[in-house]
Write a protein that binds this ligand. Structure first.
Ligand code: ADP
Ligand code: GN1
Ligand code: MG
Length: 356
């Protein structure tokens, strides 16, 4: 964040107290905790989200819709969805300049984030949470949503971006990662399965979250139940397979996304079973046969796609994902590719679990 920006001054535009500390472990936005009553102040990453007006319009529409749905259903509408705190000028964000756009959310109290260590119960609850989120949004008018990042989960275009990064080799790293490049390109043949299915109308377009990392859902600190789906920047038209697969990319891994000891990285079939049970308890009636059939493959696809994005960013000189050490994106890509290989070996078993 630019040194010119004084966070307390920013808060003056929302009139809600003083910033105390950086918060959470997101890779994209700058997140701060604001105390008593608690709020979250976020600087929106405008090099990634180019149009904050449209982004915040999506979030206001989606959160407003969810709040109504939760209220109608007699559910906890205070904690069950993010709530945008308007700026004093009435807008949903405060803009200093193009690089410094801030928003504030009510802090969702009494919850915890899960980063890496997760139990089957956590995964079941995460499945219920993401499934419920999608179910509540089933009749949200999809045409109202702006595409905040174009072609976000268009895997073939992600592969094209990787090829371009290899051609340009901006950071001079391509020669040192030939093995990873080979793995990525050798696997390209099946990576269009969801995109093609959607284009052909076999896979329905739904309102999807598109970034269903397990730390993008908050769990009740006492009961462990999913309370609130957060990080709504990428809520867009998409396939539910993106959300299912992406949640298990991290939820189903035996290790953290950046674990470098690859002997510790494998895919947990039990995690798949637990998450799928939770998710399907909400969404079973809604899903088509084509979607059901692709559940196992979606996990491999989203893991592969994310690995490709990490590798591309490494080749581009680490311009997208926040990194905390020199080869962080490469470590992440290797980790994801190890998982892809392992999921590939377990696909038949995962299909059997879906059948059951
Ligand atoms: P990023 O896009 O960078 O991942 P997130 O919106 O996911 O940013 O926020 C980062 C972290 O901050 C989350 O994983 C969560 O732990 C915490 N967080 C964000 N919003 C809230 C909120 N309204 N209440 C409580 N915690 C929050
Ligand atoms: C980013 O914002 P965060 O940390 O929840 C990314 C996801 C990736 C993920 C990899 C907008 O998620 O797409 O899967 O990192 N979000 C965006 O950990 O690109
Ligand atoms: Mg996040």
């Amino acid at each position: 964040m630019s040194v010119r920006i004084n966070r307390n001054e920013i808060l003056g535009h929302f009139d809600i107290g003083a910033v105390t500390e950086s918060y959470g472990n997101g890779h994209i936005n700058d997140t701060f905790l604001v105390t008593m009553p608690r709020y979250i102040l976020q600087r929106i990453n405008t090099s990634i989200f180019r149009n904050p007006e449209e982004l915040m319009e999506n979030i206001e529409n989606v959160t407003g819709f969810l709040r109504e749905k939760l209220r109608e259903a007699g559910e906890d509408f205070e904690r069950g969805t993010l709530q945008v705190v308007p700026a004093k000028d009435g807008g949903s964000f405060y803009k200093v300049d193009d690089d410094n756009v801030f928003r504030v959310y009510r802090f969702v109290e009494g919850t915890k984030s899960i980063e890496n260590s997760k139990t089957p119960k956590d995964l079941y609850e995460a499945g219920v949470g993401f499934g419920h989120f999608q179910k509540l949004l089933a009749d949200f008018p999809v045409e109202k949503l702006h595409e905040t990042i174009q072609d976000f989960h268009h895997t073939p275009k992600r592969i094209e971006a990787l090829r371009e990064a290899i051609r340009q080799d901006r950071a001079g790293r391509a020669g040192s990662v030939q093995r990873e490049i080979d793995f990525a390109l050798e696997n390209a043949s099946w990576a269009d399965c969801v995109v093609k299915g959607m284009e052909a109308g076999r896979i329905p377009v739904r309102v999807t979250h598109n970034d269903t990392k397990i730390n993008n859902i908050l769990f009740d600190r006492d009961t462990g139940k999913a309370v609130c789906v957060i990080d709504l920047d990428t809520v867009m038209p998409g396939s539910m397979l993106y959300d299912f697969g992406d949640a298990l990319r991290i939820g189903g891994s035996s290790a953290a996304e950046d674990e470098t000891d690859l002997d510790k990285v494998w895919f947990e079939e039990g995690a798949f079973e637990a998450f799928a049970k939770g998710y399907l308890s909400e969404m079973r009636e809604t899903l088509t046969e084509a979607e059901m059939a692709l559940l196992p493959l979606s996990v491999k696809l989203m893991t592969y796609e994310c690995g490709i994005r990490f590798l591309t960013d490494y080749l581009n000189g680490d311009t997208y994902f926040k990194i905390h050490r020199e080869h962080h994106n490469l470590d992440r890509a290797r980790n994801q590719f190890k998982l892809v290989a392992d999921i590939g070996n377990k696909e038949a078993r995962l299909a059997q679990l879906v059948g059951d």
